[in-house]
Design a protein around this ligand. Structure first.
Ligand SMILES: *[C@@H]1O[C@H](CO)[C@@H](O)[C@H](O)[C@H]1NC(C)=O
Ligand SMILES: *[C@@H]1O[C@H](CO)[C@@H](O)[C@H](O)[C@H]1NC(C)=O
Ligand SMILES: *[C@@H]1O[C@H](CO)[C@@H](O)[C@H](O)[C@H]1NC(C)=O
Length: 502
């Protein structure tokens, strides 16, 4: 019994299977038949459409202008080239219009066709006004589609890569935000023949995945305009793309190194003044490094006639590094032995308690002091005006070397008190201005010995250690506060700015 069933199954199953197979085959051939018939039907339809169609004439020829609705899908932005003031954008560029001549009826509601058909139809001769170069994509075949609806609505989409000029204001570089526009209009058809509109909903769609090196894609906006030319008025559409520069690259590669170089240049103030080679090398190296840094920072940028934010910072750093080198020049100049000796003598005198100069009441420009030990009179000429301006006491002024000295051995009038012009004593050899001038003349080479003390280099170094960092930090705070405030505007401000200007 079991065996019989088994045989039956073997006989019946193939039969059933072949039956099914033949049914499917018949169905397929029927499908094939309808498909080929439909193709024929559509071919005939297309032939019918193109019969008497003149692609040289625009729709509504002689009538009102053709409204062409435009939208774009941006799938890549960049690179942005500052040196050439241009940017590149990849997109699907879509134009929609109605061509009454292409109305049809039939089974199909939409005819989706490729570039073969495009070549036979009228299409708007849209071009990009600020384009520098652009290309269609033709691999593997022209990346173009045209879709015709029964009522004559046409959708024409092409894939484009457009490199367009974009004027960039780099005054705030690298904290700048840029607006790059793409302007499109018809080349042949003026405003009253072809009029462009943005499609009402989402005319510009930018892929979320759009990323640029160095930039952040902020957003886009669109405008319409009418351009007036000698040949007529042309309808124009403008797409604006907003880009904000990423400062981090410049922070790491320019701002930080420049700051560190300035800090390194301050090390010089702690190196002993006698180590001339060390301080010179440090000064010159930092200056040269700054020069290189400035050169590198501007290498990818156009040679602009205005100062950029980054230039301002680098020039500031350069100035600081240079000032540190100059400070060393000053210090080493006053390290000269003659100044040193004069200072030494001054110091000795101060220690001996003879330094405080007695104030002269009569003469506004001189101070007398008597060195009892050496038996000589020293006259210090102080510029009264400078004294007032500097708001210093006489003693301070003298200590700082802001006075000229003249000494005269008192041998001639031994026993007489130090001469004061006000006393008008006949025994005093110097009574008035005339005598002081004489003293100046007489003391001659002695003046040098007591005279120019110069600036104390130690003090200069000491003050530089505090003064340089303080001023640098202060300037940095002002710099960042200013630029951060000025460049803080968001996308809304940028768009508002455009709307205001247009
Ligand atoms: C195409 O098909 C439609 C509907 O099926 C029919 O009305 C029309 O006549 C056909 N056209 C041609 C050219 O065969
Ligand atoms: C073009 O856009 C307008 C609205 O701005 C709309 O009324 C019209 O139907 C659109 N035309 C096409 C062909 O899409
Ligand atoms: C262009 O537009 C301006 C202002 O709207 C108008 O004065 C001028 O006549 C127009 N030109 C043409 C050729 O239509």
């Amino acid at each position: 019994m079991a065996r019989f069933l088994f045989t039956l199954a073997f006989v019946i199953c193939p039969c059933v299977f072949s039956l099914f197979a033949s049914v499917i085959q018949a169905d397929e051939s029927a499908n094939e038949l309808t498909a080929s018939r439909r193709a024929e039907n559509v071919s005939a339809l297309l032939d019918g459409l193109l019969e008497g169609y003149d692609k040289r004439l625009r729709p509504n020829f002689g009538g009102p202008s053709v409204p062409v609705n435009i939208s774009m899908y941006v799938y890549s932005v960049g690179p942005v080239t500052e040196s050439q003031m241009q940017y590149t954008i990849d997109m699907y560029f879509r134009q929609q219009w109605i061509d009454e001549r292409l109305r049809f009826t039939g089974d199909v509601t939409v005819l989706s066709l490729n570039s073969e058909m495009v070549d036979r139809l009228w299409v708007p001769d849209t071009y990009f006004v600020n384009e520098k170069s652009a290309k269609f994509h033709t691999i593997l075949y022209k990346n173009t589609l045209i879709r015709i609806e029964q009522n004559g609505n046409i959708l024409y989409s092409t894939r484009l890569t457009v490199t367009a000029s974009c004027y960039m204001d780099l005054a705030f570089f690298p904290m700048d935000k840029q607006r790059c526009s793409l302007t499109m209009e018809s080349y042949a058809y003026s405003d009253n023949q072809v009029h462009y509109y943005w499609i009402p909903s989402g005319p510009i769609y930018v892929d979320e995945a759009v990323t640029l090196p160095q930039f952040q894609f902020l957003g886009s906006s669109q405008r319409a305009n009418t351009a007036q030319y000698y040949v007529g008025n042309y309808s124009q559409l403008i797409a604006d793309f907003y880009l904000g520069r990423e400062i981090s690259y410049y922070l790491i590669n320019v701002y930080l190194p420049a700051t560190l170089i300035v800090i390194v240049s301050w090390v010089s103030f702690w190196i002993p003044r006698s180590s001339t080679p060390a301080r010179t090398a440090l000064g010159i190296t930092t200056v040269l490094t700054m020069t290189t840094l400035i050169g590198n920072a501007g290498s990818s940028l156009p040679k602009l006639s205005y100062i950029k934010a980054i230039d301002l910072y680098l020039e500031m750093c350069y100035f600081f590094v240079f000032a540190a080198l100059l400070e060393f020049a000053l210090v080493s100049y006053y390290e000269k032995p003659s100044f040193k000796e004069a200072r030494q003598r001054m110091k000795e005198r101060a220690e001996n308690g003879n330094s405080p100069a007695s104030k002269s009441s009569g003469s506004p420009s001189s101070v007398y002091s008597v060195d009892k030990r050496r038996d000589e009179i020293e006259i210090t000429f102080v510029n009264e005006n400078a004294l007032k301006e500097a708001n210093l006491s006489r003693a301070e002024m003298i200590n700082r070397g802001g006075a000229r000295r003249c000494s005269y051995i008192r041998a001639a009038e031994r026993g007489s008190p130090p001469a004061k012009p006000s006393s008008k004593s006949p025994s005093t050899p110097w009574r008035d201005q005339h005598d002081m001038t004489k003293c100046e003349e007489m003391c001659g080479p002695n003046c040098a010995d007591f005279g120019e003390v110069g600036i104390d280099p130690g003090k200069v170094d000491m003050n530089s250690r505090r003064f340089f960092p303080l001023v640098f930090v202060l300037l940095k705070i002002i710099y960042w506060a200013y630029y951060v405030t000025v460049t803080s505007g968001g996308l809304e401000d940028l768009i508002a700015e455009v709307e205001q200007s247009s």
